[in-house]
Design a protein around this ligand. Structure first.
Ligand SMILES: Nc1ncnc2c1ncn2[C@@H]1O[C@H](COP(=O)(O)OP(=O)(O)O)[C@@H](O)[C@H]1O
Ligand SMILES: [Mg+2]
Length: 244
């Protein structure tokens, strides 16, 4: 899936969050969006699936402008895009298997036996084959993310949008989430959009990086190009103390 954002503007009240941004999320590649807290990264992701509509500009999904579509017309497009938003959003009252099967059961495409088979397949892929009966509250943060990713994968998405998937994880766990994102990308040829302010993830995974600052894309390029950036704002962000 090819996702293109052209001249996107979005204002909330007096807050101009996106001020004419243009980005290209190439098919089968991992594209990273970097930027400080509150720079509109999550707002951008929400435009890619029509949760938010732009004031002006377009969002093209495989060449089709989705920015003005009605809810009903958006549904089939949303079904092709997996979202891993901040927090992971597992339902605490359901066990792991039930959480992973949620999307499949909602859409009612498959008989129950097939749902169970797909759920088990994705749990195994995520290294969670024996965790199906566990409740989310009993799992570590990293495991909950893998459960959320397993749920996303049940829908065979053509694109996956990751919103800060390693936030709040310690380095070893972040490393495992990064490895999963890479593996997903290599195994399924999915288009990956990764929003992060984790430099290790960004430079380790990206085919291409965009840097957002005050509503604009102020730098774009490959990880190697970013390492040699002359832009001081970008330099400071890349080299900042990760704990600060
Ligand atoms: N639905 C909304 N209504 C009003 N303001 C919003 C809404 N969503 C986000 N914002 C504002 O937009 C800005 C960017 O938010 P966000 O995209 O969440 O930043 P981040 O880059 O940290 O993900 C923030 O100032 C936030 O308060
Ligand atoms: Mg955010």
């Amino acid at each position: 899936m090819h996702i293109q954002v052209q001249n996107l503007c979005k204002t909330f009240g007096a807050n101009r969050v996106l001020d004419g941004v243009t980005l290209d999320f190439a098919p089968g590649k991992i594209t990273v969006v970097l930027g400080g807290s509150g720079t509109g990264k999550s707002v951008l992701l929400k435009h890619l699936v029509g949760i938010l509509q732009p004031d002006s500009g377009t969002v093209l999904v495989d060449g089709r402008d989705i920015s003005q579509l009605k809810e009903r017309e958006l549904l089939p497009i949303r079904m092709r895009i997996g979202l891993l938003f901040q927090g992971g959003a597992l339902l605490n009252s359901l066990n792991v298997e039930q959480n992973v099967g949620l999307g499949l059961r909602e859409h009612g495409l498959y008989p129950e036996k097939e749902v169970r088979r797909i759920v088990q397949e994705k749990l195994t892929l995520m290294g969670l084959s024996d965790k199906g009966r566990e409740m989310p509250a009993n799992l570590s943060g990293g495991m909950r993310k893998r459960v959320a990713l397993a749920r996303t994968l049940t829908m065979n998405p053509e694109a996956i949008l990751y919103d800060e998937p390693t936030a709040g994880l310690d380095p070893p766990r972040s490393g495992r989430v990064d490895a999963l994102i890479r593996e997903m990308s290599e195994k399924t040829k999915v288009t990956s959009v990764l929003v992060t302010h984790d430099m290790v993830s960004a430079f380790g995974l990206a085919d291409y990086i965009y840097f957002l600052y005050r509503g604009k894309v102020i730098e774009a390029g490959t990880p190697d190009e970013f390492r040699q950036t002359k832009n001081e704002i970008v330099q400071r962000f890349i080299n900042r103390d990760p704990a600060g």
